[in-house]
Design a protein around this ligand. Structure first.
Ligand code: HEC
Ligand code: HEC
Ligand code: HEC
Length: 319
C-alpha cells in the first residue's frame, strides 16, 4: 500500500524534477496559500539539508505542520489514503489544499475542521470515537493561520539517506531470523473483542479510527523475534518492559508492555497532550533499545510490521 503511494510521489517528483526537486529550490506560495499542487518541492530537515518528501505515515516529510500530520496519521489515513472509495486522498500538504467535493469553494483542510466538529456527519465517521478537542483545535489553528506549508521536516531523513526503502519487504540483514513466525506460540483469537491485549502486531489506530476503540496517542507491540506475524502475542513480562516516549516539548510518558506484548498511551487533552514528533525508547530495567529517528505517527505497528516497512527493520524488539 505505502510502496504504491511512495512511487506516486516519486513519479511526481520526477516530472517536476527540473523545477522543484533540484536541491535548493525554494517554496513559493501563491497568495491563496496554494503551491500549485506541487507537493514535491524541497523540504528541509532539522540539519537544514533537503530531505525526501512522501506521504503521511511513511516517516517522510509531508509539508504539513507536525501536529496536523500526527492527527491525520492516527485518525484519518486509514481511509484518506487515496485507496478508499469516496474518501479523498489526504497524505501531503498539497492534498489538503485541494477543493472539497462537497463544497469546492472550501479546501479539504477547511472542510476537515467542519467535519471534525459536525454532529451529523463527523470525521472520523462512527463507530470510530469522535476527535478530541485538541485534535480539532490543531486543525482549526492551522486553517486560521492560512494553512501555511511547513518548510521543515518533522523528522530526520531516514537512515539510508536516500528516501529510505518504504515498504522494503526484504531486509538487508535478513538472516535465519527473517522467517515469519510466532516466537511466543500464543495468538490472539478473540477478534475485535475490546481489550488492551487485542490484535498484537496490528496497527491499532488504523483500525480504531475505522471500527471504534479508544483514541490512542501511542500504541504498538514489543516482540522477541523480528518477524513475528500479526495476532502473535509479543513479549510478556517478566521482565517488565517500559516504553518511554519523549515528545517534541520534552514531555515524557511511560507505557508498560502487557501480557500480549502490547503497550498504549491514551490520548490526553490540554497540557497533558503529547506534541509530535516523538522519540521512543524501551527498557527492561537493565538493557535499553531506542529508535534513532523521531516519528509523528503514534501507530507504531504501522511501520513495525512483520517484514517492516518505511525503513523499519521489522517488529519492535525487546531490549
Ligand atoms: C472510516 C473511514 C474514514 C476515516 C477514518 C476518516 N474519513 Fe473522512 N471521509 C470518509 C469518506 C468515505 C468520505 C466521503 C463521504 C463523506 O463525505 O462523508 C469522507 C469525507 C471527508 C471529507 C469531505 C471530502 C469532500 O471532498 O467533501 C473531509 C474533509 C474528511 N473526510 C476529513 C477527514 C478527517 C480530517 C479525518 C480524520 C480526523 C477523516 N476524514 C477520517 C472516510 C473516512
Ligand atoms: C481490527 C481492528 C482492531 C485492531 C487492529 C485493534 N483494535 Fe483495539 N479495539 C477495536 C474495537 C472495535 C474496539 C472497541 C470494541 C467495543 O467497544 O466493543 C477496541 C477497543 C480497544 C480497547 C478498549 C478496551 C476497553 O476495555 O475499553 C483497547 C485498550 C484497545 N482496543 C487496544 C488496542 C491495541 C493496543 C491494539 C494494537 C496492538 C488494538 N487495540 C488493535 C478494534 C481493533
Ligand atoms: C514511520 C515509521 C515508523 C513508526 C511509526 C515507528 N517507527 Fe520505530 N523505527 C522506524 C525506523 C525506520 C527504524 C530504524 C531506524 C531508527 O532506529 O530510527 C525504527 C527503529 C525503532 C527501534 C530500534 C530498533 C532497533 O533494533 O534498534 C525502536 C525501539 C522503535 N523503532 C520503536 C518504535 C515505537 C515505540 C514506535 C511508536 C511510538 C515506533 N517505533 C514507530 C520507523 C518507525
Amino acid at each position: 500500500m505505502r510502496r504504491h503511494l511512495f512511487l506516486v510521489a516519486g513519479i511526481a517528483c520526477g516530472i517536476a524534477a527540473a523545477v522543484a526537486c533540484s536541491s535548493g529550490a525554494k517554496e513559493q506560495l501563491s497568495e491563496d496559500g496554494t503551491d500549485g499542487g506541487d507537493d514535491s518541492s524541497v523540504i528541509l530537515g532539522p540539519d537544514n539539508k533537503p530531505v525526501p518528501s512522501g506521504p503521511a505515515g511513511s516517516g517522510l516529510a509531508t509539508g504539513l505542520p507536525c501536529d496536523v500530520q500526527a492527527v491525520i496519521e492516527n485518525r484519518c489515513i486509514a481511509c484518506h489514503d487515496g485507496k478508499t472509495a469516496g474518501a479523498p486522498k489526504m497524505l501531503v500538504y498539497a492534498d489538503l489544499l485541494q477543493p472539497s467535493k462537497a463544497d469546492p469553494a472550501k479546501s479539504l483542510a477547511v472542510l476537515s475542521v467542519e467535519r471534525m466538529k459536525s454532529t451529523t456527519s463527523p470525521m472520523p465517521p462512527p463507530p470510530a470515537v469522535g476527535p478530541d478537542a485538541d485534535e480539532i483545535a490543531t486543525f482549526e489553528d492551522w486553517v486560521k493561520a492560512g494553512t501555511p506549508k511547513n518548510p521543515m521536516s518533522c523528522t530526520e531523513a531516514p537512515p539510508t539517506g536516500d528516501g529510505g526503502t518504504p515498504d522494503s519487504g526484504t531486509l538487508p540483514d535478513a538472516g535465519p531470523d527473517a522467517m515469519a513466525g510466532c516466537a511466543s506460540g500464543q495468538t490472539w483469537k478473540l477478534g475485535n473483542q475490546k481489550s488492551p491485549l487485542m490484535h498484537p502486531g496490528l496497527a491499532c489506530n488504523a483500525c480504531h479510527s475505522v471500527m471504534g476503540g479508544p483514541n490512542l496517542s501511542i500504541a504498538g507491540t514489543v516482540y522477541k523475534a523480528l518477524h513475528d506475524v500479526n495476532d502473535c502475542n509479543g513479549a510478556a513480562p517478566p521482565p517488565t518492559i517500559i516504553v518511554t516516549i519523549t515528545d517534541a516539548k520534552g514531555k515524557v510518558v511511560n507505557a508498560t508492555v502487557n501480557a500480549a506484548g502490547n503497550f498504549d498511551v491514551p490520548r490526553q487533552n490540554g497540557a497533558q497532550r503529547l506534541t509530535a514528533p516523538y522519540s521512543a525508547k524501551l527498557s527492561d530495567g537493565v538493557k535499553t533499545r531506542a529508535m534513532v529517528g523521531k516519528v509523528t505517527s503514534g501507530d507504531c505497528n504501522s511501520c513495525h510490521t512483520t517484514a517492516g516497512i518505511n525503513g523499519a527493520p521489522g517488529r519492535i524488539l525487546v531490549p
